[in-house]
Design a protein around this ligand. Structure first.
Ligand code: NDP
Length: 321
């Protein structure tokens, strides 16, 4: 007897992607089931592919409940929520949605950098609160010509650097391996990079390898005139250390799109006028989200017809090994 092939939708997704999944495949939406554990016990062996958000991933326990799982399709470029080595060891391939979101994430990173340095959000609050009729807004920091450090010069980091060239900014960067063919100065550690720049833009990959990379020492090196922008993952920044640095004015300000425990943000950050807070929106434009949904769907389609993914993550791609 053959079991029917099912696509498991692990988390809530873009509505248009959700409808495409159910239109094209026998799809089961895990979060909407009254008893997910019961479903997995009885029907786990019917699932051949899982589609999930970068935020949720596929847990070890879920992987174990799906013996025929051949592919994990992530909506998003980060995939640290799924243990890729584990998936690969059991023959499950993993994909993400690179490139299609790069421009929008880089746009937002540059916008956030200008916002925190020129204090645009703070100035907006000032105008709304009636401050303008009382006193001029305090002077901010110039952006053009400053030294910007990019922590993680991958797809997004490079797009940020390209944009900043238009501002006459001196770009330096830190990666584990220097990027061949780029003219920017490479620094070997996050601390050395922070020391050498006026603003540090974080665009590294998330996950265990970069946890707490922006440490108290890195913030110290950034210094009281330095700004931090994080559009990568909350886990990359030691958040208690950041809170302490902001409170003690050991850094000039921070613009953050990602946090340790989203959507919870430490009170001290909520109350600081020197911090720009964004609700994890770097890729959140209609155009980019549609492109991400389309790429996720095309990965699934390729897997369902040919048994291979379109954009497998590097660790999971047999061709890169
Ligand atoms: P890439 O894989 O292209 O780039 C990752 C970069 O991080 C590489 O340059 C890599 O270089 C560097 N890196 C990894 N580990 C370290 C380390 N320990 N020290 C220094 N550098 C390191 O990814 P993308 O540019 O496409 O995306 C980057 C991240 O942005 C994603 O992983 C995701 O978490 C985040 N993101 C956030 C979004 C948001 O909504 N805020 C939206 C999209 C992405 P090397 O390997 O040489 O060290």
């Amino acid at each position: 007897t053959s079991t029917p092939d099912t696509v498991l939708q692990v988390s809530a997704l873009l509505p248009s992607l959700e409808s495409a999944l159910s239109e094209h495949y026998r799809t089961v939406r895990l979060p909407e089931l009254p008893d997910p554990a019961e479903y997995l016990r009885i029907h786990g062996d019917e699932v051949v592919a899982a589609v999930t958000s970068a935020r949720v991933g596929v847990s070890d326990a879920l992987m174990d409940a799906l013996p025929r799982l051949g592919a994990i399709v992530h909506f998003g470029v980060g995939y640290e929520t799924t243990d890729v080595a584990r998936a690969r060891a059991r023959g499950t391939d993993v994909s993400n949605t690179p490139d299609v979101l790069t421009d929008c994430v880089a746009d937002l990173a540059v916008g956030a950098l200008i916002d925190v340095m020129r204090r645009m959000s703070a100035a907006d609050r000032y105008v709304r609160a009636g401050g303008w009729s009382t006193a001029p807004f305090p002077l901010a920091s110039r952006v053009t010509g400053k030294r910007v450090g990019i922590l993680g010069l991958g797809r997004i980091g490079r797009a940020v650097a390209q944009r900043l060239e238009g501002f006459g900014v001196q770009v330096a960067y830190c990666t584990r391996t220097p990027v061949p063919g780029v003219g920017y100065r490479h620094l070997p550690t996050a601390e050395a990079l922070a020391e050498a720049c006026d603003a540090l833009v974080v665009t590294v990959a998330g996950g265990r390898g970069t946890e707490g990379l922006v440490s108290a020492a890195v913030l110290e090196a950034l210094g009281p005139q330095g700004y931090l922008v994080n559009v990568a993952r909350g886990s990359v920044v030691d958040e208690p250390a950041l809170v302490a640095a902001v409170e003690a004015r050991r850094i000039a300000g921070a613009a953050l799109d990602v946090f340790t425990d989203e959507p919870n943000i430490p009170r001290a950050l909520l109350e600081s006028d020197r911090v720009v807070l964004l609700p994890h929106i770097a890729s959140a434009t209609r155009e980019t989200r549609a492109a991400m949904g389309d790429l996720a769907l095309r990965n699934l389609q390729r897997f369902m017809t040919e048994g291979v993914l379109l954009t497998p993550v590097p660790e999971a791609s047999p061709s890169t090994h």
